[in-house]
Design a protein around this ligand. Structure first.
Ligand code: AMP
Ligand code: ZN
Ligand code: FE
Ligand code: FE
Length: 287
C-alpha cells in the first residue's frame, strides 16, 4: 500500500520544467499514492497528465489548478483539487488571469529596463517556449528570473528575485487578480475543493494574522489548508494542522515541484501521509 501523496506540482504549461507526463512518471517513481497537477492559472496540462496516469495503476491522478487571488497587501494562492476542467466558470477565470498577466508582463519588463537591465519580453517568452516547445503558455516571474540568469544579469534564480522580482522588489508589478471568493466559487462550480496554498508564504508577521486570513477565507467557502509544503518548517506544519482542526477544515500537502527551476524541491517531499486525511475529505479529493 502506498502511503504518501503530493497534491501540488507544476509543469511546463505554467512555470515548471517537466512536461505533465513527466510529472506523473516522477510521482510514480517516488511511489506516491496520488499526485495533483496544479499549474498556475491554467488547466492546459491536465489532459496529458490524465492520459499519462493510465500507465501507472498504483498512482491516482488528481486534476488541479493553483489560482492567484488578491488580498490586501499580499497575494493568496488557492489550490483547486479534483476539478472538472470543462467547467465554463473555471475557464472564464483562467482567461481573465491570462489577460492580467498579458498586461503585467510588459510593465515588469519596462521596470527592469528602467533599472538598466537589458532584457526584452521576447527573451522571457523564449524561456517559456524553450521548455514547452510552443508559445502562448503562462508566462510568469520564474521565466523572467531564468531569462535574467541566461542573459548574465544575475547568477541564479534566487538573486533574480532578491534584486528585482520579489513581491517587494523594484521590478514587481501586481496583477489585477481575482477576489479570493471568486476563485473559491469557480473551483466549487468545477466540482473541486478549494485549499489555501502554502500559508507560510502569505508574508504574515504572526500566527494571529494567518488565523485571521484563514477565518476570512472560511467565510468565503474555503475547504482546506495546505499544511504540508516544501517551504514549511515542522513547527509551521503543526500549527496549520491545529488551525485546520480548530476551523473544521481539511488538510492537504505537496512539494510545489517546479522541476529544475527549483532544483532543491523534489516530488513527494515533504512526505504527506494519507493518514493525515480525514476519510470523507480524502474521498472528496481522490474520488
Ligand atoms: P507569478 O505568478 O508570475 O507572480 O510568479 C509566481 C511564482 O514565482 C511562484 O509561484 C514561484 O514559482 C515563483 N517565486 C515567487 N517568489 C519567489 C522567490 N522569492 N524565489 C523563487 N521563486 C519565487
Ligand atoms: Zn510557480
Ligand atoms: Fe503558490
Ligand atoms: Fe505552486
Amino acid at each position: 500500500m502506498r502511503r504518501f501523496v503530493d497534491l501540488h506540482t507544476h509543469s511546463i504549461v505554467s512555470d515548471g520544467t517537466a512536461s505533465p507526463g513527466e510529472v506523473i512518471r516522477l510521482a510514480d517513481e517516488a511511489k506516491l499514492a496520488a499526485v495533483a497537477l496544479t499549474d498556475h492559472d491554467t488547466t492546459a496540462g491536465l489532459a496529458e497528465a490524465s492520459a499519462a496516469a493510465h500507465s501507472y495503476p498504483e498512482l491516482k491522478f488528481v486534476p488541479g489548478i493553483e489560482i492567484s487571488a488578491r488580498w490586501p497587501g499580499r497575494v493568496v494562492h488557492i489550490l483547486g483539487l479534483a476539478i472538472d476542467e470543462a467547467s465554463a466558470q473555471l475557464q472564464q477565470i483562467a482567461e481573465q488571469l491570462r489577460q492580467s498577466r498579458d498586461r503585467r508582463n510588459p510593465q515588469m519588463i519596462e521596470k527592469l529596463r528602467a533599472l538598466g537591465v537589458d532584457i526584452t519580453l521576447g527573451d522571457v517568452e523564449d524561456v517559456a517556449a524553450s521548455r514547452s516547445g510552443k508559445t502562448g503558455g503562462i508566462v510568469g516571474r520564474l521565466h523572467m528570473a531564468e531569462a535574467l540568469v541566461r542573459a548574465g544579469h544575475v547568477k541564479n534564480i534566487s538573486e533574480a528575485f532578491g534584486r528585482y522580482l520579489a513581491d517587494d522588489g523594484p521590478a514587481f508589478v501586481n496583477k489585477d487578480e481575482l477576489e479570493p471568493a471568486e476563485a473559491i466559487s469557480a473551483i466549487h462550480h468545477a466540482g473541486g475543493v478549494a485549499v489555501l496554498a502554502h500559508p507560510a508564504l502569505l508574508r504574515c508577521d504572526n500566527s494571529a494574522q494567518v488565523a485571521h486570513v484563514i477565518t476570512s477565507l472560511c467565510g468565503m467557502g474555503l475547504d482546506g489548508i495546505e499544511a504540508y509544503h516544501a517551504e514549511h518548517s515542522d513547527q509551521q506544519t503543526r500549527m496549520y494542522l491545529d488551525l485546520a482542526r480548530a476551523k473544521g477544515l481539511g488538510v492537504t500537502g505537496g512539494s510545489d515541484f517546479h522541476g529544475s527551476a527549483k532544483p532543491q524541491v523534489r516530488i513527494g517531499k515533504p512526505r504527506v501521509p494519507i493518514a493525515a486525511f480525514d476519510e470523507a475529505w480524502l474521498a472528496r479529493i481522490l474520488g
